[in-house]
Design a protein around this ligand. Structure first.
Ligand code: WTA
Length: 645
């Protein structure tokens, strides 16, 4: 392993941070040795309860079970809005920066309250009740946050679907969780282009007879199809509603939302999060990992369609009473200096993005960064995939001018909030390491025999105990949650990631151990892409793997076998790419398609993906044993015609 450069916590930063090294050691120890006392205190400090809890945690990881504060009651919208009104009604809650640099606006906490109440009343009028599921398919506009909070206010369970997903993906998610109402916009706007959201909804709803209402925000004013019995305009409808809506008291373990994410097999899973534990962890990590101070302006560039947007654009910041920036556009529009211009314009203090964006901006050249004034920045963060040390150093030196600590936050849709991250005033940084566990989090590494590895070593990353924002279920298929996360290592939560622990106890995430790809920080299941490819009449079989990609982290490499009598050609390649975009969305576009007369299979017919990954990644010296293959000669054929990537 090459020499690792340690960046000590800047002394000045540590002196003003919420948590310094001594606090971290002390609190971490307490959180592990005396979790009941620790979490009970945090839940009282960080959240406002309608009815206090008397029980803290019950868990049985062998069954995948956990419950936190289970007899308490609270409402998430009250925690994110109402409780801030006495002190900060006129303070900005959300800064919206449009795709067009000339568009921005600020929304105060009192405006947020009004908007959320009006929409909540509209949902009620349309028959939405506590426990009902509502689908949100929106561009990055403030109404997306209003919609989430309006659901939370009345106890409805939202399922946000990323606006880049296809009509088919949207349909599948609506059906899986039986949403009866959809909130959307006429069109989205990203990077100067429009996204036909309402048209996509119309296509999706053709197969969703139970959806009785689509509430449509007018974002661009484009002509859109209209079903008079189902569709209503957002602005007109909320205008007729009262601006007061009594919050629904929710049990701590009542569901808050479902968010679909890709797994290694089958269709995406509806990860279910509940109320108190989820909110507590996003609020606490928001304050401590970002070292958030009153009045700071916080910008997370994720889309609300992903867990990062849920936890660190909406719930964590608003529950803290923070100022959260919501950005409609993309980092490279109008040009590669957009992020830094937004930082300069709004005096952003903390900036949180994915390594893929950092690598793309690094590639565009330093000029785009250095011509802007970033003196407001105090902290930088990354999330979603491993960050290579080169990109880390560039972020640190060029963007942050060696002034801003970088927090490399490791977590997942299923974990709800950061689990491994430096606390910036407490933990020295190593470029490329997510460093140490957050309070209460007990990571471990497992060897091939399912034994815990002590000290330095590498293995499967698991958690030894539950944490408040742990996944509670896979919607509609609880057994699938147990099989996926709690069966590989009984008594532990299995993350699906591999990791290494160094001599200082720092964690280095090495990537997924299953068939999940991480493309530009977005999770995709290889099985989903394969299913799309084999929908084409000419294809017999497909196997998809990831390969190292300079910007995206991982690229999508598809091996495709055609049916007898069909010849590969450019047109067909394009049709297959288009099919993936149509079926899933443009994030699923294969980078490389290799025509494969045959795929390497065991004698029992199982595709040997390990070999396909090695070929795609050009690791031809370490293919391993191919003698168990039914026909070893296919490997040579694949190597010979390997695409150069
Ligand atoms: C990966 C995103 C390395 C990891 C919050 C995980 C990371 C998956 C990091 C979850 C990081 C996330 N370093 N890898 N800092 N953060 N990952 O559910 O493989 O979209 O399992 O949640 O992203 O992706 P998800």
């Amino acid at each position: 392993m090459s020499e690792v450069h340690i960046h000590p916590v800047p002394a000045e930063f540590a002196s003003r941070a919420h948590i310094d090294a001594g606090d971290y050691e002390k609190l971490y120890r307490e959180s592990i040795e005396n979790p009941e006392a620790f979490w009970s205190r945090q839940a009282q400090d960080f959240l406002q309860w309608e009815k206090p809890f008397t029980r803290v945690v019950e868990e049985d990881l062998k069954k995948g079970h956990t419950a936190w504060f289970a007899d308490g009651e609270l409402n998430v919208a009250v925690n994110c809005i109402d409780r801030h009104l006495p002190a900060r009604a006129e303070q900005t809650a959300l800064i919206w920066e449009g795709d067009d640099p000339a568009d921005s606006k600020n929304i105060t906490y009192s405006e947020l309250h009004e908007q959320v109440c009006r929409l909540a009343n509209l949902l009620k009028e349309r028959g939405v009740k506590k426990g009902d599921r509502v689908c949100i398919y929106m561009p990055m506009i403030p109404e997306a946050a209003y919609a989430m909070l309006a659901c939370a206010r009345i106890g409805a369970v939202h399922s946000v679907v990323f606006g880049g997903f296809s009509p088919g993906s949207l349909r599948d998610r609506i059906l899986d969780s039986d949403c009866r109402l959809v909130i959307t916009a006429d069109e989205g706007v990203r990077g100067g282009k429009t996204v036909p959201l309402k048209a996509n909804v119309d296509k999706a709803l053709a197969d969703c007879p139970n959806v009785h209402t689509a509430i449509v925000v007018k974002r661009t004013g484009a002509d859109v199809g209209w079903n008079g019995e189902r569709d209503i305009w957002y602005a007109e409808s909320v205008a007729e509603q009262s601006s007061d809506c009594a919050p629904e008291p929710m049990n701590a373990e009542d569901p808050l939302f479902i968010l679909y994410t890709s797994g290694s097999t089958g269709k995406p899973k509806g990860v279910l999060h509940t109320t108190a534990g989820y909110l507590l962890m996003c609020t606490m990590t928001f304050k401590y990992a970002f070292d958030y101070k009153e009045g700071d302006i916080f910008w997370c560039t994720a889309d609300v369609g992903w867990i990062t947007g849920h936890s660190y654009i909406v719930y964590g910041p608003l529950s803290t009473g923070a100022i959260s920036l919501i950005f409609e556009g993309v980092p490279t529009y109008p040009d590669a200096s957009r992020c830094w211009q937004v930082v300069e314009k709004h005096k952003v203090n903390s900036f949180y993005t994915a390594p893929t964006a950092i690598r793309a901006l690094m590639g565009a050249g330093d000029e785009f960064v250095t011509k802007t004034d970033r003196s407001s920045l105090k902290l930088l963060g990354t999330v979603g995939e491993p960050i290579n040390p080169e990109a880390w150093e560039w972020y640190y030196k060029v963007v942050g001018e060696e002034r801003c600590p970088i927090i490399d936050t490791w977590w997942q849709t299923e974990t709800g909030a950061h689990l491994i991250t430096p606390l910036p005033g407490a933990i020295d940084m190593k470029a490329g390491s997510a460093t140490k566990p957050f309070f209460g989090v007990q990571p471990a590494l497992m060897d091939d025999q399912g034994r815990e590895i002590d000290g330095e070593g590498a293995g499967a990353l698991v958690m030894k105990a539950s944490w408040p924002s742990m996944i509670r279920s896979v919607y509609g298929d609880h057994q699938r949650m147990i099989d996926t996360y709690f069966s590989a290592y009984p008594g532990y939560y299995f993350t699906g990631d591999g990791a290494r622990r160094d001599a200082d106890g720092y964690y280095w995430i090495t990537g997924r151990m299953d068939d999940v790809l991480n493309v530009s920080g977005h999770r995709l299941g290889t099985a989903e892409i394969e299913s799309a490819i084999v929908l084409h009449d000419d294809t017999a079989e497909a196997a998809v793997v990831g390969y190292p990609h300079d910007i995206k982290g991982q690229g999508i490499y598809a091996y495709v076998t055609l049916k007898a009598g069909h010849e590969p050609n450019e047109e067909l390649r394009q049709e297959l790419i288009d099919l993936c975009v149509k079926e899933i969305g443009s994030i699923a576009k294969p980078d490389i398609i290799q025509w494969a007369p045959g795929l390497p299979k065991t004698r029992s017919g199982k595709i040997m993906r390990r070999i396909l990954r090695k070929i795609a990644g050009n690791e031809l010296d370490s293919l391993g044993d191919t003698s168990t293959l039914a026909d070893p000669s296919v490997v040579e054929e694949l190597i010979e015609h390997r695409a150069n990537c």
